[in-house]
Design a protein around this ligand. Structure first.
Ligand code: SF4
Ligand code: SF4
Length: 88
């Protein structure tokens, strides 16, 4: 039971100090979650603290590979929102 930070992470530091298990560490090329420590915040918080603060969609994924903040969840823009290139 652990989440994972992936390449979309911009190393913004927002999540690091919020983790109740000290499971997140600054690393290169992006921050990492120690799977042995991450409890998905169960027992500490109702929501995963890292995903709650993370400003980047798709930067944190669950064990099934699904983003905790999927496309559109933070921007409010639908992933299907037409782009200039798709309408021209
Ligand atoms: S889900 Fe909770 S315990 Fe796991 S890395 Fe994020 S803040 Fe830490
Ligand atoms: S809050 Fe998100 S973008 Fe910022 S360091 Fe953590 S995982 Fe990376």
């Amino acid at each position: 039971m652990a989440f994972r930070i992936v390449a979309h992470c911009t190393n913004c530091w927002a999540c690091l100090s919020l983790c109740p298990q000290q499971a997140i560490r600054a690393a290169s090329p992006h921050f990492q979650i120690n799977a042995d420590r991450c409890t998905e915040c169960v027992g500490d918080y109702a929501d995963p603290q890292c995903a709650s603060i993370c400003p980047v969609e798709g930067a944190i994924i669950d064990a099934a590979g699904q983003p905790l903040n999927p496309p559109g969840s933070l921007t409010g823009l639908s992933p299907e929102f037409p782009t200039l290139s798709s309408t021209s």
